[in-house]
Design a protein around this ligand. Structure first.
Ligand code: C2E
Ligand code: MG
Ligand code: MG
Length: 856
């Protein structure tokens, strides 16, 4: 019996030693917590007979217990002991956990705290339950309970109690250790995640500034592997200019001061990156062991920022007003205006932010435009319009407006941008231009364009007759020439006023050009009613015009045309009235004349020609021909520029046929200016071809232009023309009109370096005595004296006289229109210096003349 007991004891001891070994080795190893706790349970069960040990742990919420380690009790028991509320009266464990005191129940069958568990207790044939709360060793926090169940109704013996106490301490240690380990692991993993999975580049440096670790993002940024990077100095790749600053920050971090700064690097692929760096000291065991770094790639962000800044500055500096409003808020309140908006509208930002743009509108704003804008905003589409807006000071302005919707990343319209341009000046200028296009600047009367438009409308709207009165002043030109343009202008303005005063309201009075006025009469419909009006117009000239001290008496002639005579184009009525006016003039001044188709055909032709001439000037239908001037010995010394009108239907028209008319109408000024410039331009090639001098015909009309001398001087300079290369041919008639003015003009031309030649000498009334005072170097004997000079004694006598006189005065003579050898020989014999005529060469276009010169 003894040995049996002894054997049993030996076996028990062996099991205990095994269990203790298991427990200790399990504690030292990385076993799961439940295994470690079960081992402890086993150890206890081995020492206290007929008992079962279990450990329960406070679950996550801290309100209930879960059985975690049960050594010998079956799984159903463990299962039933899950989520056991921590509360006084809930079995032994719930109570022990709640009151934080051991609870010893001797007999569960007789304890009210087990009423709810009776079935379970009976199923497993248990009687006693002893439960001990388990606390954490450091802060006495409740960790769970350690309970022993016995099949006998009993209480623990003292020795058992000590064992239980020790085991409970061990359990508390194991749980605490386990929880520590879990905590440590978690924190380690957290740190690893923070490092490894951080989307920013994270790295560590040793105290020498060499990389000791880098994360994936860092590798990607620098485009080098960790292997390649580790051991490299931190400033690898940093752009030269940023190195010094980076060193300062590194040193500061090493001293324990966290740093935040920006730098630029070139990665291994050569891409420039802008980084935002954070450096922190790395502290190990209380000592700084290196430097942590986080590098944020802000390359794109700073590009955006820069772009944004440029945009911002451009909008701020724009001369267009910019308004941005919020499309998502009702009433589209303004959220931004630029300085140009303030400059245009006078409103400051604080006066308009939050308001709708409508405050810019006012009385004269076109409601249609406002409606158009509103519907564009509603439909979220762009709109361009011109709208009348009002400044803060109440003054209106024309606003050329573009409103565009701005979409966000999702394509939703978030804002509207309005571009404003104050175009008031332009609109006013256009209005002024439109006015000028229809009005004569001097008199303010409607001009020719307005006249023609009115006439067209009047003829097509009126069943009844329409009359056109062409009014032309008599003797205006001499007044204008002698008293000056200011006086002339004054008379024209006065005339416009006087005529307007007698003009019926429905009718129109226009200035047609120069001293011509045209009235379109639709207020009367019978011929006999027009006559009183015509007389009234003529009587407006009874009183003289007064200018300064001068009193000028003028009369006028009127031609009247009526729409009764059918015309294709109403404008023909003006021409008819013009023809009639000529007839009136022919019959004496101060009268009127009705147009009739049988009026002088010639007059009509002239009128047509005048209109065509105007056309020719605009379409540049003129050409310059050159006729050589030869010396007595036959060498070519110069050429005369002679204008030709290349008429689209009639071919070349001789100047003899249009120059006199152009002189009457003033059109000669434009023609003459053109010829002069063309001749100056051609002079260079002519000079190269051996023609040293070009003569140009000047009309006296050109002299009366204020800027005449100036424009000639300008041309000489422009084409670098030297003295005596250009000859001004002036007919002697000039002297008849205004001799002192003409002489002065000739002097001035002389001073500019031009030669003066008196043209057509002998045809006018200039007496030979004039030659004394005229600053001419040449005179040209007109063709009519050269003609038949060898057989016509009268012509021969005049020519000889001129030649002798000129020789006396040192003036050279050109014989014009030399057609025969006999004429040439005669002139040569009497020492005529130069000759010009078909005998030598006809006037030719420049190219042909050059070819001719070549052949000579
Ligand atoms: P003019 O200045 O006396 O020019 C000489 C005219 O005589 C030219 O006539 C010329 O073609 C013509 N002629 C030359 N040799 C002969 C000849 O042997 N026989 C005949 N029958 N005629 C000859 P054209 O070119 O018809 O010019 C006529 C007039 O028109 C010129 O007379 C001149 O007074 C004027 N004229 C021509 N061009 C201009 C110009 O550019 N400006 C101005 N203001 N007047 C011009
Ligand atoms: Mg001439
Ligand atoms: Mg001549």
């Amino acid at each position: 019996m003894f040995w049996l007991r002894a054997r049993k004891q030996t076996k028990h001891l062996q099991a205990f030693i095994d269990a203790e070994y298991d427990t200790l080795s399990s504690l030292a190893q990385e076993h799961p917590l439940s295994k470690k706790l079960s081992d402890i349970c086993e150890l206890v069960e081995l020492q206290i007979p007929d008992c079962f040990a279990s450990v329960m742990m406070v679950n996550a919420k801290g309100l209930a217990l879960d059985a975690v380690a049960v050594k010998s009790l079956p799984p159903e028991f463990t299962k039933a002991l899950q989520d056991l509320p921590i509360a006084d009266g809930v079995g032994a464990c719930g109570t022990a956990a709640a009151i934080k005191q051991p609870v010893i129940v001797e007999d569960m069958l007789n304890d009210s705290r087990f009423e709810a568990f009776l079935a379970l207790v009976e199923q497993f044939n248990l009687r006693a339950a002893w439960s001990y709360p388990v606390f954490s060793p450091t802060d006495r926090r409740l960790l769970g309970t350690f309970a022993l169940y016995s099949t006998q109704a009993c209480t623990p013996k003292l020795s058992e109690e000590r064992l239980i106490e020790r085991s409970r301490d061990l359990i508390s240690l194991v749980i605490a250790q386990h929880q520590d380990r879990i905590e440590r692991l978690r924190s380690e993993q957290q740190t690893a995640s923070l490092f490894e999975h951080n989307p920013e580049a994270v790295f560590t440096l040793d105290l020498n500034g060499h990389f000791t670790s880098v994360n994936k993002a860092c590798e990607k940024l620098v485009e080098l592997s960790a292997q390649e990077l580790i051991g490299q100095p931190y400033d690898i790749g940093i752009v030269e200019e940023d190195k010094a600053l980076t060193r300062e920050h590194f040193e500061a971090a090493k001293r324990g001061e966290p740093q935040h700064y920006q730098l630029r690097i070139f990665n291994s692929k050569g891409a420039l990156k802008k980084l935002e760096i954070t450096n922190m000291p790395m502290i190990v065991d209380g000592k700084i062991a290196g430097v942590h770094g986080i590098g944020k790639d802000i390359t794109q962000q700073s590009e955006y920022e820069e772009r944004l800044q440029i945009l911002n500055r451009s909008v701020e500096a724009s001369t267009n007003g910019v308004v941005i409003s919020d499309a998502r808020r009702p009433g589209f309140p303004i959220i931004y205006i630029n300085p140009a908006f303030t400059a245009i509208s006078g409103y400051e930002a604080d006066e308009v932010i939050g308001r709708n743009c409508r405050f810019l509108q006012g009385l004269d704003t076109d409601p249609n435009t406002v409606r158009e804008i509103a519907s564009a905003l509603r439909e979220q589409r762009e709109i361009r319009c011109t709208i009348r807006n009002y400044r803060k000071n109440g003054k209106p302005f024309w606003n050329e407006l573009i409103i565009s919707p701005v979409r966000d990343v999702n394509g939703e319209v978030s804002h509207f941008v309005g571009l404003q341009n104050d175009i008031s000046e332009r609109v006013e200028r256009e209005a002024e231009l439109a006015y000028n296009a229809e009005h004569d600047v001097l008199t303010g009367l409607p001009n020719r364009t307005a006249l023609e438009r009115f006439l067209q409308r009047s003829v097509s709207n009126n069943e009844a007759r329409v009359y056109v009165l062409f009014i032309d002043l008599d003797g205006f030109k001499p007044v204008n020439d002698s008293l000056g343009h200011e006086c002339g202008d004054h008379i024209l303005v006065q005339t416009a006023q006087r005529l307007s005063s007698v003009m019926p309201k429905q009718d129109l009075l226009a200035r047609f050009g120069g001293d011509e006025f045209v009235a379109v009469i639709q207020s009367v419909t019978r011929d006999e009613d027009v006559i009183p009006l015509a007389r009234q117009i003529l009587s407006q000239f009874d009183a003289p015009f007064v200018y300064d001290d001068a009193e000028v008496s003028l009369s006028a002639a009127i031609g009247i045309a009526s729409s009764e005579i059918a015309v294709k184009n109403p404008n023909e009525l003006i021409q008819q009235a013009d023809v009639a006016m000529y007839e009136a003039k022919r019959r004496g001044s101060g009268t009127y004349q009705w147009f009739s188709p049988d009026l002088d055909l010639d007059t009509q032709q002239q009128i047509t020609l005048r209109a065509q001439l105007q056309d020719a000037i605009q379409k540049n239908q003129f050409e310059v021909f050159y006729q050589p001037i030869v010396s007595r010995t036959g060498s070519i010394v110069g050429a005369e520029a002679l204008v030709r009108w290349n008429h689209p239907e009639r071919g070349y028209i001789s100047p003899a046929d249009f120059i006199p008319l152009a002189e009457r109408t003033g059109q000669i000024v434009a023609i003459g200016t053109w010829v002069l410039e063309q001749a100056c331009e051609d002079l260079e090639v002519l000079r190269e071809a051996g023609v040293g001098q070009v003569s140009v015909n000047f009309s006296p009309m050109q002299f009366y232009r204020d800027d005449f001398i100036e424009s000639v001087a300008h041309l000489l300079k422009k084409f670098q023309i030297k003295p005596n290369q250009l000859v001004a041919e002036i007919t002697e008639n000039v002297l008849l009109r205004d001799s002192s003015g003409a002489l002065k003009m000739m002097e001035e031309l002389r001073e500019l370096g031009l030669e003066i030649a008196l043209d057509d000498f002998g045809t006018g009334f200039a007496s030979l005595s004039y030659l004394n005072v005229i600053p001419a170097q040449k005179l040209k004997i007109d063709r009519c004296f050269v003609q038949d000079i060898d057989s016509n004694p009268r012509n021969a006598a005049i020519t000889r006289g001129v030649l002798t006189m000129a020789a006396e005065l040192g003036i050279e003579v050109v014989g014009e229109g030399v057609e025969t050898e006999a004429e040439r020989d005669y002139l040569t014999r009497y020492a005529c210096d130069f000759m010009q005529g078909y005998l030598f060469c006809k006037p030719l276009p420049l190219a042909e003349l050059l070819a001719w010169l070549n052949d000579e």
